[in-house]
Design a protein around this ligand. Structure first.
Ligand code: ADP
Length: 503
């Protein structure tokens, strides 16, 4: 292996996840960190760590020159960008390569072609991949947007060409909303991306978000690793992902997979990438965008296909050819991922960063936790509130759902609010269990998802109950009840006595 040391230009769970694979491959790792991340897990896990500046990401994780400097200083021969931050920044990829360092990802040309949603749409059209009906050029004035909207028919969706993370995207239900929504989309796009160009697409009313994982080496071999169903979304942001998709057929998988491979080939893609589609009720599919990096939800593919995607990324970046053909790729069983965020589901998902007082992560057969937090760690306010991903594998979809419910139940985090109770409700929602859902699932099931008993008492709750109980038993002499206070006595006495109260 020509790569001996990798710098991970990221933080959090994805930095740790990449380092784990490096360790298995005998590759040394370098972490970079901001002020507030001094005690972060990725810093502890790495072989070396370089401080790159203050906590705000635009002064640390987004400063290209500081990261490249850190790689040079530590003698790293490759940089893995993870997801988010600089992972889809064409200029960064170029600067890394110009510095004589391997960028674990595609060429800057492929990143910029797919990073601009309008160019991506034009490329898809050129290679015969269906796109959502709409404009193929940026639109600016209201009259033009109105003309196009009337042509394709309301509802339409206005999107930022530089878009991502659901920003600069506005649904327009009828003529009366158009001017306002156009203004909002443009100003949001300008604030988020420094570019206010937008385009218009037909709004697909009940779509599924289905994406295909592709792998392409430097020798012209491109394959796909089947689909991921990502329709469980909140404000256009994925929350739960699974594979296989409950609506997929073998014929559609083959057709969409081929379309994804065609698109990757059209931009001379290299590495791991994801082609996203919307699929309507009649199983018509439309290209949405391509993400030129590893996705948050990649572990569901790893479970079902049986490949470590980071390992494949590193091998490809080192110039090695793919070791398998399309016909070698088969799906086994079913996998589901839940994104665990430090957010309060009872308070409109407000971020709830803070100190982790206690944490117990689930384990056992078919359970994987990709996390970066630990007891005593304070979740910083500066970054994404996602703290972990819980991924399960099961022989069938039903097994995977039951395993996820069990694993979520075992997951105990106290000190902060998390999305765990909300995710538990999703797993038991009849529409989810039946696999009958689209991107509006959370909205449609809002009442069901809101009705939550407190299924997950926090450690503080348990401590308060135990203290009260202890006090109660001391004060009241209860006959025939033996209070066992010492753990080692408990097991012995449990077998001998009937009326034992477990404290
Ligand atoms: P971003 O890059 O900002 O995440 P995407 O284009 O990937 O935006 O879309 C994110 C989500 O928004 C999709 O998964 C889907 O739920 C919704 N969406 C986007 N375009 C459409 C459309 N034309 N019709 C219906 N829903 C859409």
């Amino acid at each position: 292996m020509k790569i001996k040391k990798v710098l991970i230009a990221n933080r959090g769970e994805i930095a740790v996840r990449v380092m784990r694979t490096c360790k298995e491959m005998g590759i040394k790792t370098v972490a970079v960190y901001s002020d507030v991340d001094r005690t972060s897990m990725h810093v502890r896990y790495a072989d070396e760590a370089v401080h790159i500046g203050p906590s705000p990401s635009n002064e640390s994780y987004l400063v290209k020159s500081k990261i490249i400097e850190a790689a040079k200083r530590t003698g790293a021969d490759a940089i893995h960008p993870g997801y988010g931050f600089l992972s889809e920044n064409a200029e960064f990829a170029k600067m890394v390569r110009q510095a004589g360092i391997i960028f674990i990802g595609p060429s800057s040309h492929a990143i910029s072609m797919m990073g601009d949603k309008i160019i991506a749409r034009q490329t898809a059209i050129k290679c015969g991949v269906p796109v959502v009906p709409g404009t193929t050029d940026p639109v600016s004035n209201e009259q033009e947007v109105m003309r196009i909207a009337k042509e394709i028919g309301f509802p339409v969706i206005i999107k930022a060409s530089a878009g991502g993370g659901g920003k600069g995207m506005r649904l327009v239900e009828d003529e009366s909303q158009l001017a306002n929504m156009l203004r909002m989309a443009k100003s949001e796009a300008m604030a988020a991306f420094g570019d206010d160009s937008v385009y218009v697409e037909k709004y697909i009313t009940s779509p599924h978000h289905i994406e295909f994982q592709v792998l392409a080496d430097q020798h012209g071999n491109v394959i796909h690793l089947c689909e991921r169903e990502c329709s469980i979304q909140r404000r256009h942001q994925k929350m739960v992902e699974e594979t296989p998709s409950p609506i997929m057929t073998p014929e559609l998988r083959e057709e969409m997979g081929e379309a994804a491979v065609r698109l990757a080939k059209a931009v001379d893609y290299e590495g791991a990438g994801t082609v996203e589609f919307l699929v309507d009720e009649n199983l018509n599919y439309y290209f949405l965008e391509m993400n030129t990096r590893l996705q948050v939800e990649h572990p569901v593919t790893e479970f079902v296909i049986g490949l470590d995607l980071v390992k494949e990324q590193i091998r490809i970046a080192a110039g090695e050819p793919l070791r398998f053909n399309q016909s070698d790729i088969t799906q086994k069983g079913h996998s589901i991922e839940c994104r665990i965020s430090a957010e309060d589901p009872d308070n409109n998902f407000m971020p709830d960063p803070g100190l982790i007082l206690h944490i117990t992560e689930p384990t056992g057969f078919g359970v994987r936790t990709d996390s970066y937090v630990y007891k005593g760690f304070e979740i910083p306010i500066y970054y994404d509130p996602m703290i972990a991903k819980l991924i399960v594998w099961g022989t069938t979809r039903n097994d995977a759902i039951h395993r996820m419910i069990r694993a979520l139940d075992e997951y105990k985090i106290s000190g902060i609010k998390t999305t765990i109770p909300f995710l538990e409700k999703i797993m038991t929602a009849p529409d989810f269990v039946k696999g009958k859902y689209d991107t509006h699932f959370i909205q449609k099931n809002a009442d069901y998802l809101k009705e939550r008993e407190k299924v997950n008492p926090t450690t503080e709750d348990i401590a308060a109950i135990a203290a009260f109980y202890h006090h109660f038993l001391r004060v009241n002499k209860i006959q025939n009840i033996y209070i066992i206070e010492k753990t080692h006595d408990y097991w012995k006495n449990y077998g001998r006595r009937k009326n034992v109260i477990r404290i």
